[in-house]
Design a protein around this ligand. Structure first.
Ligand SMILES: *Cc1c(COP(=O)(O)O)cnc(C)c1O
Length: 386
């Protein structure tokens, strides 16, 4: 057994990241400013996207995107339950109705068919999630959206560097990225709304800083106007220059960091291939490039005497950290009590939700770490085999 705890994730911070932050701290300007403008520009350039608007989190980005689209109370928004709860929470807060599309148990993503199955006259938007680094099947969803006049917002929190049929996620349409420390690049906390819709970008920009007219953050600088005007009620979701500096130095290495994740994922594939009791997930069949955000496997409950949660406790005893991405939102305490939700609603999502877990995967991991994980999996499976 390994002597040191292997965390499930760890940010890949290097000396460039540290030097950049120190430089900002010494510069006299630490909140939103030139570094943030540079980060947004670099982000658009990296994706080949039109507009990038930085925010204090991915959740903030989704919040403002939903606000900017001016949906009406009671409007239905189709999204998976196999996701982080933030999007569903926002829909509830905004008086919109989350309608869950079931997932494919091999790719863990919604399909054009599962989305179509829950369409109604009240459907106004679809928020698919690119999952674990793989892209959702965008073309049929884009077709469906244009055919029905629906808004498509991609949750791209797992998808920086992901490509769908050769096209970077975020290049076209509207996508929301996250820079939380477990994501493929981090700013500590942070997010980006990327869109080809100029009006939407402009509105998110205004909403993220009190609803003030353009460039209000400059008001205390030499170029700014001291007098500012509120043109709509907004929030305060701006990303600081301290964070944006991290974003810039991390983004400069994203391909390298993702390649390292990919190498580790390949080692996992080989190490886990023969392990009875671990069910691999499967890559989508359409052409794509995976950013390897997470390495998710399923526990075959037919082969063990313990639950997934107990299994993860056993791994922890052996110094292996894991994650669960995710517990289906519709089975969480609050949502269980909402009419129409709760267990039984989404068979595939629930089947996966009882079995899946994420193995440690981060760029600074070594090959031996992966081997240690595989050894620990074998050991626990052996001890608790049916
Ligand atoms: C991380 C994550 C988010 C939220 O991003 P934050 O920056 O933490 O607000 C949204 N959706 C998914 C699928 C995520 O994994």
């Amino acid at each position: 057994m390994r002597s040191e705890f292997l965390p499930f994730s760890q940010p890949a911070i290097n000396q460039d990241d540290i030097d950049g932050v120190v430089e900002v701290l010494k510069s006299g300007w630490i909140t939103t400013g030139p570094k943030t403008a540079a980060f947004e520009k670099a982000f658009s350039e990296y994706l080949g996207a039109k507009y990038s608007v930085s925010l204090s989190s991915g959740t903030a980005g989704m919040h403002l995107t939903l606000m900017a689209l001016e949906l009406n109370p009671g409007d239905e928004v189709i999204t998976p339950s196999m996701t982080w709860g933030s999007t569903i929470n926002l829909l509830m807060i905004l008086g919109l109705k989350p309608v869950f599309a079931d997932i494919d148990r091999q790719t863990l993503m919604v399909t054009p068919e599962s989305v179509r199955a829950v369409l109604s006259d009240k459907t106004k938007a679809i928020i698919p999630v690119h999952f674990a680094g793989a892209p959702v099947d965008l073309d049929p969803l884009r077709e469906l959206a244009s055919e029905r006049g629906l808004i498509l917002i991609e949750d791209a929190a797992h998808a920086l560097g992901t490509r769908y049929r050769g096209e970077p996620i975020g290049k076209a349409g509207t996508a929301v990225f996250s820079f939380h420390p477990i994501k493929n690049i981090t700013t500590g906390e942070g997010g980006m709304v990327v869109t080809d819709n100029e009006g939407l970008a402009e509105k998110v920009r205004i909403l993220k800083f009190h609803g003030l007219a353009k460039d209000a953050w400059q008001r205390y600088s030499r170029n700014g106007k001291v007098q500012v005007e509120i043109i709509m009620p907004g929030l305060k979701y701006n990303l600081t220059d301290i964070q944006s500096s991290l974003g810039l130095t991390q983004l400069a290495r994203v391909d390298e960091l993702n390649a390292k994740r990919g190498e580790l994922a390949d080692i996992y594939d080989r190490q886990l291939a023969g392990i009875e009791g671990i069910i691999p997930t499967r890559a989508p069949e359409y052409p794509h490039q995976n950013s390897h955000h997470l390495y998710i496997v399923l526990l075959d409950l037919n082969q063990v005497t313990i639950t997934r949660d107990q299994f993860l406790d056993e791994l922890k005893k052996r110094n292996i950290g894991t994650g669960i991405h995710f517990r289906p939102v519709h089975t969480q305490d609050y949502y269980r009590a909402v009419e129409g939700y709760g267990r039984g609603l989404l068979p595939e999502t629930e089947w996966v939700g009882d079995r899946l877990f994420s193995l440690p995967l981060f760029p600074f991991m070594a090959e031996q770490d992966v081997i240690d994980v595989a050894d620990a999996l074998r050991e626990v499976l052996h001890e608790f085999r049916k």
